[in-house]
Design a protein around this ligand. Structure first.
Ligand SMILES: Cc1cc2nc3c(=O)[nH]c(=O)nc-3n(C[C@H](O)[C@H](O)[C@H](O)COP(=O)(O)O)c2cc1C
Length: 254
């Protein structure tokens, strides 16, 4: 589930109110987000998507007290902070105790639809950028993370490889940790696994050794970056900094 949180742009908790808080099963999940809290606050690492990720709660309770959602609000605020999401508040329905009863409340359902539109519309308008390298274990992972971090509100960044490794190369974690960014819980992906996200507005191939895959894209560019895997960390740092510069240029429309 940590990996799913990390991929998400929007996290929605849907819950009943039990004794002014979350049900035990959900509370267990919330409590285990301490692992992500530690990566943020003990290790000082930020999730690349955290500047833009949002979290929202749908909550239903049987009573109508003014403070019905107070406990859930407080827990949610700190839970979303732990997973690197901005808490957008509780959308609460009061006075519902029977299955599907809430669906008959037109006011609530209208409010819900409006809120869903507000939260989802900006996400659907983002441009999609795919970074491709051979193993999706270093360069394209770094490029994806930088674009997410600096421009996740305007761009949806993805990465893949035509011969993906099982894990991201350990040097990649270190290189990005030096920039304060956490790539833990991410895995290399095969190009075929991201085709459901096609077509892409831009496909960036990271090096000339990448056999340019048949990916539906509007624009293709080649960055011709050296593959730092197997080379000294200094080479990795140079490549990382170059990727960061190129991503910033991309954001400035260069
Ligand atoms: C164990 C338990 C605790 C509950 N505690 C509260 C509560 O503190 N305040 C409240 O308004 N409703 C409380 N309820 C009622 C539920 O919030 C309500 O029935 C809700 O509609 C259930 O939603 P669900 O069908 O999605 O589980 C409680 C229900 C249960 C079973």
């Amino acid at each position: 589930i940590y990996a799913l949180f990390k991929q998400a742009d929007l996290v929605v908790i849907s819950t009943p109110v039990f004794f002014y808080g979350f049900p035990a099963q959900l509370k267990a999940l919330v409590d285990r987000s301490q692992a992500l809290w530690s990566r943020r606050y003990k290790l000082g690492l930020r999730d690349p998507k955290s500047p833009w990720r949002k979290g929202v709660v749908l909550a239903v309770g049987a009573t109508k007290g003014e403070r019905l959602f107070l406990g859930i609000e407080l827990s949610s605020k700190y839970f979303f902070d732990a997973i690197g999401a901005h808490f957008e508040g509780v959308i609460g329905a009061k006075g519902f105790d029977r299955p599907r009863e809430v669906l008959g409340d037109e006011d609530f359902m209208y409010r819900l639809r409006q809120r869903a539109k507000e939260l989802l519309f900006p996400l659907t308008r983002r441009k999609k950028v795919l970074f491709v390298c051979k193993h999706n274990a270093c360069r394209s992972q770094m490029a994806q993370a930088f674009l997410e971090f600096y421009g996740g509100d305007r761009f949806e960044a993805l990465s893949a490889g035509d011969d993906p490794w099982k894990e991201i190369h350990p040097m990649t974690f270190q290189l990005m940790a030096e920039k304060g960014l956490d790539l833990y819980f991410r895995k290399p992906k095969h190009i075929e696994d991201i085709l459901e996200d096609a077509p892409f507005d831009l496909v960036v191939s990271m090096g000339c050794e990448v056999s340019c895959p048949m990916v539906p894209g509007k624009r293709f560019v080649q960055w011709d970056l050296e593959d730092p895997i197997g080379k000294p960390i200094e080479v990795g740092r140079e490549v990382r900094d170059l990727i960061e510069k190129k991503v910033k240029e991309l954001l400035e429309g260069v």
